[in-house]
Design a protein around this ligand. Sequence first.
Ligand SMILES: Cc1cc2nc3c(=O)[nH]c(=O)nc-3n(C[C@H](O)[C@H](O)[C@H](O)COP(=O)(O)O)c2cc1C
Length: 386
Amino acid sequence: MVGEPVNVNEFQELARQALPKMYYDFFSGGAEDQHTLKENVEAFRRITFRPRMLVDVSRIDFSTTVLGYNISAPIMIAPSGLHKLAHPEGEIATARAAAASNTIMVLSSVSSCTIEEVASSCNAIRFFQIYVCKNRDISAQLVQRAERNGYKAIVLTVDVPRPGRREADIKNKMIVPPLKNIEGLVSTEVDNDEGSILEGFSKEALDASLCWSCFTDTDFSIRCFSWCFYNVKVEDIGWLRSITNLPILIKGVLTREDAIKATEVGVAGIVVSNHGGRQLDYTPATITVLEEVVHAVGGKVPVFLDGGVRRGTDVFKALALGAQAVLIGRPVVYGLAAKGEYGVRKVIHMLKDELELTMALSGCPSMKDITRSHVRTEHEKIHSML
Ligand SMILES: Cc1cc2nc3c(=O)[nH]c(=O)nc-3n(C[C@H](O)[C@H](O)[C@H](O)COP(=O)(O)O)c2cc1C
Protein backbone atom coordinates (compact mmCIF):
# COMPACT_ATOMS: atom_id res chain seq x y z
CA MET A 1 0.00 0.00 0.00
CA VAL A 2 1.48 3.35 -1.07
CA GLY A 3 0.56 6.39 1.09
CA GLU A 4 0.50 9.94 -0.31
CA PRO A 5 2.96 9.80 -3.24
CA VAL A 6 6.19 11.73 -2.86
CA ASN A 7 7.37 11.26 -6.42
CA VAL A 8 5.93 10.55 -9.84
CA ASN A 9 6.95 6.89 -9.83
CA GLU A 10 4.68 6.22 -6.87
CA PHE A 11 1.61 7.14 -8.92
CA GLN A 12 2.14 3.99 -10.98
CA GLU A 13 1.31 1.70 -8.07
CA LEU A 14 -1.72 3.84 -7.16
CA ALA A 15 -2.92 3.55 -10.75
CA ARG A 16 -2.44 -0.22 -10.68
CA GLN A 17 -4.61 -0.41 -7.57
CA ALA A 18 -7.27 1.87 -9.07
CA LEU A 19 -7.69 0.28 -12.49
CA PRO A 20 -9.02 -3.01 -13.86
CA LYS A 21 -6.10 -5.16 -15.04
CA MET A 22 -6.98 -4.78 -18.74
CA TYR A 23 -6.79 -1.00 -18.55
CA TYR A 24 -3.71 -0.87 -16.32
CA ASP A 25 -1.93 -3.19 -18.75
CA PHE A 26 -3.01 -1.03 -21.69
CA PHE A 27 -1.53 2.11 -20.13
CA SER A 28 1.64 0.61 -18.66
CA GLY A 29 2.59 -1.92 -21.32
CA GLY A 30 5.13 -1.80 -24.12
CA ALA A 31 5.87 -3.84 -27.22
CA GLU A 32 7.14 -7.44 -27.19
CA ASP A 33 10.03 -7.90 -24.66
CA GLN A 34 9.45 -4.34 -23.41
CA HIS A 35 13.18 -3.71 -23.73
CA THR A 36 12.74 -0.16 -25.04
CA LEU A 37 10.08 0.57 -22.43
CA LYS A 38 12.58 -0.21 -19.65
CA GLU A 39 15.55 1.35 -21.41
CA ASN A 40 13.78 4.70 -21.75
CA VAL A 41 13.91 4.96 -17.96
CA GLU A 42 17.23 3.18 -17.36
CA ALA A 43 19.19 5.29 -19.85
CA PHE A 44 18.38 8.45 -17.91
CA ARG A 45 19.88 6.81 -14.81
CA ARG A 46 23.21 6.27 -16.57
CA ILE A 47 23.68 10.00 -17.16
CA THR A 48 25.37 11.84 -14.30
CA PHE A 49 25.81 15.50 -13.45
CA ARG A 50 28.73 17.92 -13.54
CA PRO A 51 27.30 20.54 -11.18
CA ARG A 52 28.88 23.97 -10.59
CA MET A 53 29.17 25.50 -7.14
CA LEU A 54 29.06 29.05 -5.80
CA VAL A 55 26.59 30.31 -8.38
CA ASP A 56 23.76 32.58 -7.22
CA VAL A 57 20.78 30.22 -7.29
CA SER A 58 18.57 32.20 -4.92
CA ARG A 59 16.06 32.62 -7.79
CA ILE A 60 15.33 29.86 -10.29
CA ASP A 61 13.42 30.51 -13.53
CA PHE A 62 12.43 27.64 -15.79
CA SER A 63 9.58 29.29 -17.65
CA THR A 64 9.97 28.93 -21.40
CA THR A 65 8.20 29.22 -24.76
CA VAL A 66 7.15 26.51 -27.19
CA LEU A 67 6.23 27.66 -30.71
CA GLY A 68 5.86 31.13 -29.22
CA TYR A 69 3.52 30.09 -26.38
CA ASN A 70 4.67 30.89 -22.86
CA ILE A 71 4.56 27.95 -20.47
CA SER A 72 5.54 27.69 -16.83
CA ALA A 73 8.13 24.92 -17.31
CA PRO A 74 9.64 22.85 -20.14
CA ILE A 75 7.26 19.99 -19.33
CA MET A 76 4.27 19.26 -21.58
CA ILE A 77 1.62 16.54 -21.73
CA ALA A 78 2.22 13.91 -24.41
CA PRO A 79 -0.72 12.57 -26.41
CA SER A 80 -2.13 9.35 -25.02
CA GLY A 81 -5.41 7.77 -25.97
CA LEU A 82 -8.52 6.77 -24.06
CA HIS A 83 -8.24 8.77 -20.83
CA LYS A 84 -11.76 7.74 -19.80
CA LEU A 85 -10.37 4.27 -19.19
CA ALA A 86 -8.28 5.93 -16.47
CA HIS A 87 -10.89 8.31 -15.06
CA PRO A 88 -14.55 9.14 -15.86
CA GLU A 89 -13.69 12.75 -16.73
CA GLY A 90 -11.08 11.61 -19.25
CA GLU A 91 -9.16 14.20 -21.24
CA ILE A 92 -11.25 17.05 -19.81
CA ALA A 93 -9.61 16.49 -16.42
CA THR A 94 -6.19 16.27 -18.10
CA ALA A 95 -6.77 19.50 -20.02
CA ARG A 96 -7.89 21.31 -16.86
CA ALA A 97 -4.73 20.14 -15.12
CA ALA A 98 -2.68 21.45 -18.06
CA ALA A 99 -4.45 24.81 -17.79
CA ALA A 100 -3.91 24.98 -14.02
CA SER A 101 -0.24 24.10 -14.51
CA ASN A 102 0.12 26.59 -17.36
CA THR A 103 1.47 24.06 -19.78
CA ILE A 104 0.58 22.58 -23.17
CA MET A 105 -1.52 19.45 -23.61
CA VAL A 106 -1.29 17.44 -26.80
CA LEU A 107 -4.68 15.79 -27.31
CA SER A 108 -4.56 12.33 -28.88
CA SER A 109 -6.72 11.72 -31.94
CA VAL A 110 -7.89 8.54 -30.19
CA SER A 111 -9.06 10.44 -27.14
CA SER A 112 -12.21 9.46 -25.30
CA CYS A 113 -13.49 13.06 -25.15
CA THR A 114 -13.96 14.91 -28.42
CA ILE A 115 -11.83 17.71 -29.82
CA GLU A 116 -14.73 20.09 -29.12
CA GLU A 117 -15.44 18.87 -25.56
CA VAL A 118 -11.81 19.34 -24.56
CA ALA A 119 -11.62 22.74 -26.26
CA SER A 120 -14.66 24.08 -24.42
CA SER A 121 -13.66 22.64 -21.03
CA CYS A 122 -10.89 25.14 -20.19
CA ASN A 123 -8.35 27.55 -21.64
CA ALA A 124 -5.36 25.20 -21.79
CA ILE A 125 -3.01 25.70 -24.72
CA ARG A 126 -3.73 22.61 -26.81
CA PHE A 127 -1.99 20.90 -29.70
CA PHE A 128 -3.72 18.07 -31.60
CA GLN A 129 -2.05 14.77 -32.50
CA ILE A 130 -3.03 12.82 -35.60
CA TYR A 131 -2.39 9.52 -37.24
CA VAL A 132 -3.03 9.52 -40.95
CA CYS A 133 -5.89 7.18 -41.90
CA LYS A 134 -6.17 5.26 -45.16
CA ASN A 135 -9.19 7.40 -45.82
CA ARG A 136 -7.44 10.78 -45.81
CA ASP A 137 -10.73 12.66 -45.61
CA ILE A 138 -11.10 11.42 -42.04
CA SER A 139 -7.71 12.81 -41.03
CA ALA A 140 -8.42 16.05 -42.90
CA GLN A 141 -11.70 16.48 -41.03
CA LEU A 142 -9.93 15.96 -37.69
CA VAL A 143 -7.24 18.53 -38.52
CA GLN A 144 -9.82 21.06 -39.60
CA ARG A 145 -11.93 20.50 -36.49
CA ALA A 146 -8.82 21.03 -34.34
CA GLU A 147 -7.99 24.23 -36.20
CA ARG A 148 -11.56 25.54 -35.87
CA ASN A 149 -11.51 24.78 -32.13
CA GLY A 150 -8.40 26.75 -31.33
CA TYR A 151 -5.73 24.02 -31.19
CA LYS A 152 -2.39 25.68 -31.87
CA ALA A 153 -0.39 22.97 -33.68
CA ILE A 154 -0.72 19.56 -35.30
CA VAL A 155 1.50 16.78 -34.00
CA LEU A 156 1.86 14.13 -36.68
CA THR A 157 2.84 10.78 -35.20
CA VAL A 158 5.01 8.93 -37.70
CA ASP A 159 6.04 5.79 -35.84
CA VAL A 160 2.79 3.88 -36.27
CA PRO A 161 2.50 2.61 -39.85
CA ARG A 162 1.19 -0.41 -37.98
CA PRO A 163 0.61 -0.82 -34.26
CA GLY A 164 3.39 -2.43 -32.25
CA ARG A 165 2.82 -5.86 -30.76
CA ARG A 166 1.66 -5.16 -27.22
CA GLU A 167 1.34 -8.61 -25.84
CA ALA A 168 -0.57 -7.70 -22.68
CA ASP A 169 -3.33 -6.20 -24.83
CA ILE A 170 -3.33 -9.28 -27.02
CA LYS A 171 -3.70 -11.58 -24.00
CA ASN A 172 -6.40 -9.38 -22.49
CA LYS A 173 -8.21 -9.06 -25.83
CA MET A 174 -8.21 -5.34 -25.14
CA ILE A 175 -11.58 -3.83 -25.99
CA VAL A 176 -11.67 -0.34 -27.48
CA PRO A 177 -14.52 1.85 -26.27
CA PRO A 178 -16.01 4.17 -28.91
CA LEU A 179 -13.34 6.52 -30.28
CA LYS A 180 -15.39 9.67 -29.96
CA ASN A 181 -13.46 11.80 -32.45
CA ILE A 182 -13.98 9.37 -35.30
CA GLU A 183 -17.29 7.85 -34.27
CA GLY A 184 -19.28 7.01 -37.37
CA LEU A 185 -16.26 7.60 -39.62
CA VAL A 186 -14.22 4.47 -38.89
CA SER A 187 -15.56 1.15 -37.66
CA THR A 188 -14.06 -0.15 -34.44
CA GLU A 189 -15.91 -3.43 -34.95
CA VAL A 190 -12.95 -5.39 -36.24
CA ASP A 191 -12.74 -9.17 -36.16
CA ASN A 192 -9.40 -10.03 -34.66
CA ASP A 193 -9.61 -13.41 -33.02
CA GLU A 194 -5.88 -13.70 -32.53
CA GLY A 195 -5.01 -10.31 -31.12
CA SER A 196 -6.39 -7.29 -29.33
CA ILE A 197 -9.31 -5.49 -30.90
CA LEU A 198 -7.29 -2.28 -30.63
CA GLU A 199 -4.50 -3.77 -32.72
CA GLY A 200 -6.98 -5.08 -35.28
CA PHE A 201 -8.67 -1.72 -35.57
CA SER A 202 -5.38 0.16 -36.01
CA LYS A 203 -4.27 -2.22 -38.76
CA GLU A 204 -7.54 -1.60 -40.58
CA ALA A 205 -7.64 2.19 -40.27
CA LEU A 206 -4.07 3.54 -40.43
CA ASP A 207 -2.33 4.44 -43.68
CA ALA A 208 0.88 2.40 -43.80
CA SER A 209 1.82 3.97 -47.14
CA LEU A 210 2.51 7.42 -45.64
CA CYS A 211 5.94 8.74 -46.75
CA TRP A 212 8.14 11.81 -46.60
CA SER A 213 7.87 14.06 -49.60
CA CYS A 214 10.08 17.04 -50.30
CA PHE A 215 8.82 19.93 -52.31
CA THR A 216 9.71 23.46 -53.24
CA ASP A 217 7.38 26.35 -52.50
CA THR A 218 6.13 26.48 -56.10
CA ASP A 219 5.64 22.77 -56.08
CA PHE A 220 3.73 23.18 -52.80
CA SER A 221 1.29 25.78 -54.14
CA ILE A 222 0.54 23.62 -57.19
CA ARG A 223 -0.16 20.72 -54.86
CA CYS A 224 -2.47 22.86 -52.69
CA PHE A 225 -4.29 24.11 -55.74
CA SER A 226 -4.83 20.67 -57.14
CA TRP A 227 -5.99 19.26 -53.81
CA CYS A 228 -8.53 22.02 -53.24
CA PHE A 229 -9.98 22.32 -56.72
CA TYR A 230 -9.68 18.92 -58.31
CA ASN A 231 -9.54 16.87 -55.13
CA VAL A 232 -6.42 15.14 -56.44
CA LYS A 233 -4.83 13.30 -53.57
CA VAL A 234 -1.62 15.09 -52.60
CA GLU A 235 0.90 12.77 -51.04
CA ASP A 236 2.15 12.61 -47.53
CA ILE A 237 3.59 15.44 -45.43
CA GLY A 238 2.97 17.89 -48.28
CA TRP A 239 -0.66 16.82 -48.19
CA LEU A 240 -0.89 17.63 -44.49
CA ARG A 241 0.69 21.04 -44.98
CA SER A 242 -1.76 21.74 -47.78
CA ILE A 243 -4.82 21.30 -45.55
CA THR A 244 -3.84 23.38 -42.50
CA ASN A 245 -2.26 26.66 -41.57
CA LEU A 246 -1.19 25.30 -38.21
CA PRO A 247 2.46 24.49 -37.55
CA ILE A 248 3.23 20.78 -37.80
CA LEU A 249 5.42 18.87 -35.38
CA ILE A 250 6.67 15.41 -36.30
CA LYS A 251 6.61 12.89 -33.45
CA GLY A 252 8.55 9.66 -33.59
CA VAL A 253 11.96 10.60 -35.02
CA LEU A 254 14.96 8.58 -33.75
CA THR A 255 17.74 9.10 -36.32
CA ARG A 256 19.72 11.90 -37.94
CA GLU A 257 18.50 10.70 -41.35
CA ASP A 258 14.86 11.27 -40.47
CA ALA A 259 15.65 14.50 -38.59
CA ILE A 260 17.16 15.94 -41.79
CA LYS A 261 14.15 14.83 -43.85
CA ALA A 262 11.82 16.40 -41.32
CA THR A 263 13.54 19.77 -41.61
CA GLU A 264 13.49 19.46 -45.42
CA VAL A 265 9.72 19.02 -45.54
CA GLY A 266 9.26 22.13 -43.45
CA VAL A 267 8.04 20.96 -40.06
CA ALA A 268 7.97 23.40 -37.15
CA GLY A 269 9.51 20.99 -34.67
CA ILE A 270 10.56 17.41 -34.01
CA VAL A 271 9.64 15.14 -31.12
CA VAL A 272 12.27 12.48 -30.46
CA SER A 273 10.05 9.59 -29.39
CA ASN A 274 9.75 5.82 -29.59
CA HIS A 275 6.11 5.96 -28.54
CA GLY A 276 7.05 5.09 -24.98
CA GLY A 277 8.39 1.71 -26.09
CA ARG A 278 5.02 0.67 -27.53
CA GLN A 279 6.09 0.37 -31.17
CA LEU A 280 9.38 -1.20 -32.41
CA ASP A 281 11.04 -2.95 -29.48
CA TYR A 282 14.86 -2.56 -29.27
CA THR A 283 14.81 0.96 -30.62
CA PRO A 284 17.21 2.96 -28.45
CA ALA A 285 16.12 4.92 -25.42
CA THR A 286 15.14 8.37 -26.63
CA ILE A 287 17.61 10.20 -24.38
CA THR A 288 20.49 8.30 -26.05
CA VAL A 289 19.60 9.57 -29.55
CA LEU A 290 18.54 13.09 -28.64
CA GLU A 291 21.94 14.65 -29.37
CA GLU A 292 22.20 12.94 -32.75
CA VAL A 293 18.88 14.52 -33.77
CA VAL A 294 19.73 17.90 -32.26
CA HIS A 295 23.02 18.03 -34.21
CA ALA A 296 21.35 16.99 -37.46
CA VAL A 297 18.70 19.68 -37.09
CA GLY A 298 21.35 22.32 -36.40
CA GLY A 299 18.99 24.71 -34.64
CA LYS A 300 16.63 25.03 -37.64
CA VAL A 301 13.63 23.86 -35.59
CA PRO A 302 13.13 23.04 -31.91
CA VAL A 303 13.62 19.46 -30.78
CA PHE A 304 11.50 17.92 -28.02
CA LEU A 305 11.77 14.55 -26.29
CA ASP A 306 9.47 12.06 -24.65
CA GLY A 307 9.96 8.59 -23.18
CA GLY A 308 10.95 7.62 -19.66
CA VAL A 309 10.88 11.09 -18.09
CA ARG A 310 10.07 10.38 -14.45
CA ARG A 311 12.17 12.90 -12.50
CA GLY A 312 13.08 16.57 -12.62
CA THR A 313 16.66 15.36 -13.04
CA ASP A 314 15.52 13.64 -16.29
CA VAL A 315 14.06 16.92 -17.55
CA PHE A 316 17.35 18.69 -16.79
CA LYS A 317 19.35 15.96 -18.61
CA ALA A 318 17.16 16.28 -21.71
CA LEU A 319 17.57 20.07 -21.70
CA ALA A 320 21.34 19.75 -21.30
CA LEU A 321 21.44 17.41 -24.32
CA GLY A 322 19.56 19.90 -26.47
CA ALA A 323 15.82 19.42 -25.99
CA GLN A 324 13.73 22.56 -25.78
CA ALA A 325 11.18 20.78 -23.58
CA VAL A 326 9.98 17.28 -22.71
CA LEU A 327 6.61 15.57 -22.87
CA ILE A 328 5.23 13.19 -20.26
CA GLY A 329 3.13 10.16 -21.17
CA ARG A 330 2.37 7.47 -18.60
CA PRO A 331 2.91 9.53 -15.42
CA VAL A 332 0.05 11.78 -16.52
CA VAL A 333 -2.27 8.81 -17.02
CA TYR A 334 -1.21 7.29 -13.70
CA GLY A 335 -1.91 10.60 -11.95
CA LEU A 336 -5.29 10.76 -13.68
CA ALA A 337 -6.18 7.18 -12.73
CA ALA A 338 -5.14 7.68 -9.10
CA LYS A 339 -6.58 11.12 -8.37
CA GLY A 340 -8.23 12.64 -11.46
CA GLU A 341 -7.38 16.23 -12.39
CA TYR A 342 -5.65 16.75 -9.03
CA GLY A 343 -3.40 13.75 -9.72
CA VAL A 344 -2.26 15.14 -13.09
CA ARG A 345 -1.59 18.53 -11.51
CA LYS A 346 0.37 16.84 -8.76
CA VAL A 347 2.50 14.89 -11.28
CA ILE A 348 3.42 18.06 -13.17
CA HIS A 349 4.00 19.93 -9.91
CA MET A 350 6.35 17.24 -8.59
CA LEU A 351 8.41 17.28 -11.79
CA LYS A 352 8.62 21.07 -11.65
CA ASP A 353 9.72 21.03 -8.00
CA GLU A 354 12.39 18.45 -8.76
CA LEU A 355 13.58 20.41 -11.80
CA GLU A 356 13.85 23.55 -9.70
CA LEU A 357 15.94 21.74 -7.10
CA THR A 358 18.14 20.14 -9.78
CA MET A 359 18.80 23.55 -11.34
CA ALA A 360 19.67 25.02 -7.93
CA LEU A 361 22.03 22.18 -7.03
CA SER A 362 23.68 22.25 -10.47
CA GLY A 363 24.36 25.97 -10.42
CA CYS A 364 21.86 26.85 -13.18
CA PRO A 365 19.48 29.66 -12.19
CA SER A 366 17.84 29.84 -15.62
CA MET A 367 17.25 27.62 -18.62
CA LYS A 368 19.99 29.29 -20.64
CA ASP A 369 22.50 28.35 -17.94
CA ILE A 370 21.90 24.63 -18.55
CA THR A 371 24.62 23.48 -20.94
CA ARG A 372 25.99 20.29 -22.44
CA SER A 373 28.85 20.40 -19.96
CA HIS A 374 26.48 19.98 -17.01
CA VAL A 375 25.94 16.29 -17.79
CA ARG A 376 28.11 13.29 -18.50
CA THR A 377 26.76 10.50 -20.69
CA GLU A 378 27.69 6.86 -20.41
CA HIS A 379 29.54 7.12 -23.69
CA GLU A 380 31.74 9.89 -22.29
CA LYS A 381 32.45 7.89 -19.14
CA ILE A 382 33.64 4.91 -21.18
CA HIS A 383 35.70 7.16 -23.42
CA SER A 384 37.44 8.81 -20.50
CA MET A 385 38.48 5.39 -19.15
CA LEU A 386 40.21 4.34 -22.39
C1 LIG B 1 -1.48 4.46 -23.00
C2 LIG B 1 -0.73 5.24 -24.04
C3 LIG B 1 -1.40 5.71 -25.15
C4 LIG B 1 -0.72 6.45 -26.11
N1 LIG B 1 -1.42 6.97 -27.15
C5 LIG B 1 -0.77 7.73 -28.06
C6 LIG B 1 -1.48 8.35 -29.10
O1 LIG B 1 -2.70 8.23 -29.20
N2 LIG B 1 -0.77 9.08 -29.98
C7 LIG B 1 0.57 9.25 -29.88
O2 LIG B 1 1.18 9.92 -30.72
N3 LIG B 1 1.28 8.70 -28.89
C8 LIG B 1 0.64 7.96 -27.97
N4 LIG B 1 1.34 7.41 -26.94
C9 LIG B 1 2.79 7.69 -26.81
C10 LIG B 1 3.01 8.96 -25.97
O3 LIG B 1 2.63 10.10 -26.69
C11 LIG B 1 4.48 9.13 -25.61
O4 LIG B 1 5.27 9.04 -26.76
C12 LIG B 1 4.98 8.12 -24.57
O5 LIG B 1 3.97 7.80 -23.66
C13 LIG B 1 6.19 8.71 -23.83
O6 LIG B 1 6.72 7.78 -22.96
P1 LIG B 1 6.41 7.74 -21.38
O7 LIG B 1 5.07 7.09 -21.26
O8 LIG B 1 7.52 6.91 -20.86
O9 LIG B 1 6.42 9.16 -20.86
C14 LIG B 1 0.68 6.68 -25.96
C15 LIG B 1 1.35 6.20 -24.85
C16 LIG B 1 0.67 5.50 -23.89
C17 LIG B 1 1.41 5.00 -22.69
